[in-house]
Design a protein around this ligand. Structure first.
Ligand code: PLP
Length: 438
């Protein structure tokens, strides 16, 4: 039996549902592209702690965790309790609620650069708003971003997402949006040269972990270098902490590195597993959102920002529960320890089977590269395009052994994964590698 045949045999209900998904939804889903659709993705039924179950009753130790939003694991009791208490009170008012105050205070207490914060409804909205604030604050138009860094799916975030970087990673993006974004190779010298030779730059946005949550790892000193150069040339530094926020440390990557960007974007862990996001930043920069003149005309003097579901009460409730727990740092410490145990174990497995693969990752993440014993000198093109068929087979070989990843070769951990979970997972990894070799 091949890996693919075993996958099909173990997932009859997912196989049966998939034609209905493709009939209803273009491309068969809702943009959860991390899911392998060859020949169909598994359909998930429920989750608890570090585990989830699919509609066929198969159990998985989960390293996807809601696209890295669940530092506390699935259905954490305190998050469930917060949501249960909030549910009967009413789902949305489009008006201030007290829980929003607590949520904002938690963000500002934890995140070093956060003098002020503004809630939005997703990570993509957070980068879109941050770019607008940077443009308004400087009166300049262009945003510099790095090849392969991911900042969401909106028009200003798509140019440069995926190789090749000379065209946006989607059709349907207006040329005006493309022209307002400068995509640079990850190189501080190129950044300095660009900043020195252009006077229309509003800001620089960067993922803190490296491209695609560290698939292409951050170079030593890189984020600090971006901080120095943006300060030197008077442009806004936007640190995209949608992944790293509350994960690398309670105060995110900025606390971990000891730097303060002008603005940062937050989502995922921020909301404890419900939709949401935020832009937080220095008071002086965030001032461009303050209404000064009369309502009729003030939109000409400030950054206008709306959104029906911003700071939704359910999201504030689960966000408060999640950040209350994340503030102690215990979840992050456990997740980091378990990620290290997994990375060490994976390296041992690769060595044992003499596989030319590299296992790497920072904080509570891990990545596998099947193209060689080192990733030194490799760029986004190589790391992101490495043998997709091998990656799909690997993901499926793992799934049939009860482990699921976030993408084909990457995963994240939670603070509720235990040593026993890691050791069980390593057996699955070992079995998957054996199945690949056979
Ligand atoms: N920025 C980064 C670094 C991300 O990883 C993501 C999503 O994975 C986003 C922005 C977009 O967030 P969302 O998917 O909530 O729109």
């Amino acid at each position: 039996e091949t890996i693919r045949e075993e996958y099909i045999r173990r997932n009859p209900r997912s196989a049966e549902l998939y034609p209905r998904f493709t009939e209803l939804f273009p491309s068969g889903g809702a943009g959860h592209d991390g899911y392998v659709a060859s020949p169909f993705p598994i359909t998930i039924a429920r989750g608890q702690g570090p585990r989830k179950w699919d509609v066929d009753g198969n159990e998985y130790i989960d390293y996807g965790l809601g696209s890295a939003s669940l530092l506390l694991g699935h259905a954490h009791p305190e998050v469930v309790e917060a949501l249960t208490q909030a549910a009967p009170v009413g789902s949305h008012f489009g008006a201030p609620v007290e829980s929003m105050l607590e949520w904002g205070e938690r963000v500002c207490n934890l995140i070093p650069c956060a003098d002020k914060v503004r809630f939005v409804a997703s990570g993509a909205e957070s980068t879109m708003l941050a770019m607008r604030i940077a443009r308004a604050y400087t009166g300049k138009e262009k945003i510099i971003r790095w090849e392969s860094h991911y900042h969401g799916w909106h028009d200003y975030a798509m140019p440069g997402n995926l190789p090749p970087f000379d065209a946006p990673a989607s059709i349907g993006i207006p040329q005006g949006a493309v022209d307002s974004v400068i995509v640079l190779p990850v190189d501080l010298n190129v950044l300095e040269e660009t900043l020195a030779n252009n006077n229309d730059i509003a800001g620089v946005i960067t993922e803190g972990s490296g491209a695609s949550y560290g698939t292409v790892p951050r170079q030593e000193g890189f984020v600090e270098g971006v901080r120095e150069l943006t300060r030197k040339y008077g442009v806004v530094m936007i640190l995209d902490e949608v992944i790293t926020g509350f994960r690398w440390s309670p105060g995110g990557l900025q606390e971990w590195l000891g730097i303060e960007p002008d603005l940062c974007t937050l989502a995922k862990i921020l909301t404890g597993g419900l939709p949401g996001g935020a832009v937080a930043g220095r008071d002086e920069v965030m001032q461009v959102m303050v209404q000064t003149g009369d309502r009729q005309h003030d939109r000409y003097e400030r950054v206008l920002h709306g959104g029906t579901f911003n700071a939704n009460p359910y999201c504030a409730a689960t966000g408060n529960a999640a950040l209350r727990i994340a503030a102690t740092g215990e979840m992050q410490a456990q997740a980091d320890r378990m990620a290290e145990r997994l990375r060490v174990g994976l390296r041992r497995i690769m060595d044992h089977h003499e596989i030319a693969a590299t296992v790497y990752g920072e904080s509570s993440t891990f990545h596998l590269y099947f193209g060689g014993r080192s990733i030194d000198g490799l760029d986004a093109n190589t790391l992101k395009n490495a043998s997709p068929d091998v990656q799909t087979a690997f993901r499926q070989a793992l799934q049939v052994r009860g482990v699921d990843l976030m993408s084909r070769t990457s995963g994240v951990l939670s603070g509720v994964h235990t040593e026993a979970d890691i050791d069980t997972s390593l057996e699955a990894f070992d079995g998957a590698i054996k199945a690949m070799i056979d």
